[in-house]
Each structure stands twice: as C-alpha cells, then as structure tokens.
Design a protein around this ligand. Structure first.
Ligand code: DX5
Ligand code: ZN
Length: 220
C-alpha cells in the first residue's frame, strides 16, 4: 500500500522557532497560513539540556487560537504536572518513555485528564520499547533529532521506526525534528500523519507556502 496517498497529512508548527516576544501574533499567523495544530515543546532543563515554557504560557497560547494544542513534554516525571497542562489548555499530551519508570500509569493519568495521550522516544531508544504501550495511546511521536533544540538535521534512519509502528498501530504517528520540504516525503512515505516543523515554517518568508509544501510532502 502506498501510505502516502491514503491519509490526510496534518502540519503542526513547533513554536520553539517562533518569536516569543510576539507569540500570540506568531500563532495566529501560522493558523492563518493553514496549519492543523500547534506543537508546544516543554523542556525542563533535566530531561533535555534546555528550558522553554510551562502551563502559564500555555494558558495564553490557548487564548490565541482555536487549533488543537499538541503538547510535547520533554520533562522528567511528567505525572506531576499533567493536570496543570490540561487545565492550561493542552488537547494532546505526549510524554517520553525515558522520562519515567511508570509509563503505563502516566499514560492512564494523561487520559484521565481528558487529553489525548501520546508517547515519544529519543533517537537512541529502540522502537520495541514502546510497543507494549501502543494500545494505550492515541499518538506516537517519533523523534528524528535528539530532543532539546530546533534547527537540527533530520535523521532518515528514524523512518524505520515509523514503518514498524505503522504496521501495528492505527492511531496518529507524528515525526518531529528536521522536517522540511526536502525531508517531509521520507516521513510521509514511511506512514507519518503529522509533520512537526519549527524552522521550516517560522523561518520561511512565506509560511503558507511552507505549510503547503510540507502537506504536499515536498511535491508541487
Ligand atoms: C526538539 C523539538 C522539536 C523542534 C523541531 O526537541 O521537539 O519540536 O522544535 O524544530 P525543527 O523543525 O527546527 O527541527
Ligand atoms: Zn517537539
């Protein structure tokens, strides 16, 4: 089956590459440019060597758009903050398998908040580690760069993970890191539903065109 033609491709701009001094404006701009959801990268300085934002900022993002908020938690022991993220407006909450020893419980706690649950894994983590959780999640987020920073190079070998998950999982698969008009087709051909892109959208001169190109997975 040609995975490429059978599903609608969703585009989720990662606000990590937005101008944070004008965040609401930046979000409205990508919404107008035609994206499907807003990807919010939360980093705690422990799980990854970078710090970003938390529930108070998400509360303001929630007011700026009606689009679903896809919150990617790169934080240790995320169970501590799930209610706060949900109350702030997260629609999707993705946790990392490496961030806790209580993955199953944490995913159940995400669902209890009413949010959709996602699981993600670092490039070095074998995909087999998440297989036991596929029945519990609505979304699998495959990292195609080491989590922590925007603007890194796409790791094509991570698309093997997408192919493996696609065979066993009917929910949404997202690819995050280094996605642009050149690399999008590799993700889509492997079976990805959601393309997360920071630099490729926020640094583009024409953001509508950048989103259109991603959705057409690099084609015209
Ligand atoms: C990295 C983040 C990504 C990142 C993507 O840890 O999870 O969402 O912002 O940025 P680009 O598209 O620039 O690689
Ligand atoms: Zn992310």
């Amino acid at each position: 089956m040609n995975a490429k033609n059978s599903r609608k491709i969703l585009v989720a701009p990662s606000i990590l590459s937005a101008d944070f001094s004008r965040l609401a404006e930046e979000i409205r701009d990508v919404e107008k440019a035609g994206c499907d959801m807003i990807h919010v990268d939360v980093m705690d300085g422990h799980f990854v060597p970078n710090l970003t934002l938390g529930p108070p900022v998400i509360r303001w993002i929630r007011k700026a758009t009606h689009l679903p908020l896809d919150v990617h938690l790169m934080i240790e022991e995320p169970a501590r903050y799930l209610e706060n993220f949900r109350k702030a407006g997260a629609d999707w909450i993705t946790i990392h398998i490496e961030a806790t020893d209580r993955v199953g419980e944490t995913l159940e706690a995400v669902k209890k908040t009413g949010a959709k649950a996602g699981i993600s894994l670092r490039p070095k983590t074998p995909v087999q580690k998440i297989e036991g959780f596929l029945l519990q999640v609505d979304l699998v987020l495959i990292m195609s760069v080491e989590p922590g920073f925007g603007g890194q190079a796409f790791m094509p070998e991570m698309m093997d993970k997408v192919r493996i998950v696609r065979k066993k999982f009917n929910g949404l698969i997202s690819v995050d890191g280094g996605v642009n008009a050149q690399t999008a087709s590799q993700a889509v051909n492997a079976g990805t539903d959601i393309l997360v892109a920071g630099t490729a959208i926020f640094a583009a001169k024409d953001r509508s065109e950048a989103i259109r190109q991603l959705r057409a997975n690099g084609g015209v």
